[in-house]
Ligand binder design. Structure first.
Ligand code: FAD
Length: 214
């Protein structure tokens, strides 16, 4: 669907990382792991980018988490970094089929802003009575409070530094259970490393649900 949405809150959830929340428009529903296209005008030109849900549901409100890469990031993430409640944007979506689908155990591998879908999927799986493990790699990790909350609810959470090898943590997280779903979210370099780590752990990267941020 296409709609105009207004920002209801902006929370700094890490350095250069913001959780941006919107009221859910009538008729809009999405699963964690799906993404939306947000758009605005910058210097008179329409600009839009994709962002993945970081809320476990879209009931009442929904949220995305945006990581601003100060060196590599461009116009749209800089616009989002200065955003305030009340600002309107265009919304299209939801898009994507690499989303949570009721798996009994979720293992989410997240790089950078991929932590958004990681906290959303892990929280939703736990709320649905399932199990969750998150392996998150970032120079400067975000969403500490939600990761602590997930840990307190029984999730296994591994937070690695930006240059750390993923293999050991991914091997620990994967159980091979029949109802286990493996998810990967992040920019291209992280996706490549995560696929390698799944294979090294004896899993099949082609079975994972993978969303490459670009
Ligand atoms: C399916 C999909 C889902 C996405 N979900 C999210 C999401 O949930 N949260 C989110 O923050 N972004 C997400 N993105 C990326 C987002 O759409 C933008 O590309 C990003 O915010 C940069 O936009 P920009 O206009 O600032 O920079 P652009 O001009 O579009 O990009 C500039 C360059 O910087 C790189 N880059 C930008 N930010 C980063 C970063 N943080 N780490 C590494 N490289 C970076 C880009 O790959 C590109 O090469 C998603 C992208 C896709 C395709």
């Amino acid at each position: 669907m296409d709609a105009t949405v207004a920002v209801t809150s902006v929370e700094e959830v890490g350095s250069d990382t913001y959780a941006i929340r919107f009221d859910t428009p009538d008729g809009f529903a999405a699963e964690p792991g799906q993404f939306v296209k947000l758009g605005t005008e910058i210097d008179g030109e329409p600009v839009s980018r994709f962002y993945t849900l970081s809320s476990p549901t879209t009931e009442g409100t929904f949220e995305v988490t945006v990581g601003i890469d100060v060196e590599e990031g461009g116009d749209f993430s800089r616009f989002l970094a200065d955003i305030e409640p009340g600002v309107e944007m265009s919304l299209s979506g939801p898009f994507g089929d690499q989303h949570y689908d009721g798996e009994g155990r979720v293992v989410v591998l997240a790089g950078g802003p991929g932590v958004g879908p990681a906290v959303a999927i892990a929280r939703r799986a736990l709320d649905d009575g399932g199990e969750a493990a998150v392996v998150y790699r970032d120079d400067d990790p975000a969403h500490g409070a939600r990761l602590d909350d997930l840990r307190g609810s029984g999730a296994s959470i591994a937070v690695l530094g930006g240059d750390d090898d993923l293999s050991a943590a991914v091997t620990d997280a994967l159980t091979g259970a029949a109802d286990e779903g493996v998810f990967v979210y992040g920019f291209a370099d992280f996706v490549d490393d995560a696929r390698d780590a799944i294979e090294a752990a004896g899993g099949d990267a082609d079975d994972a649900k993978v969303e490459n941020f670009g």
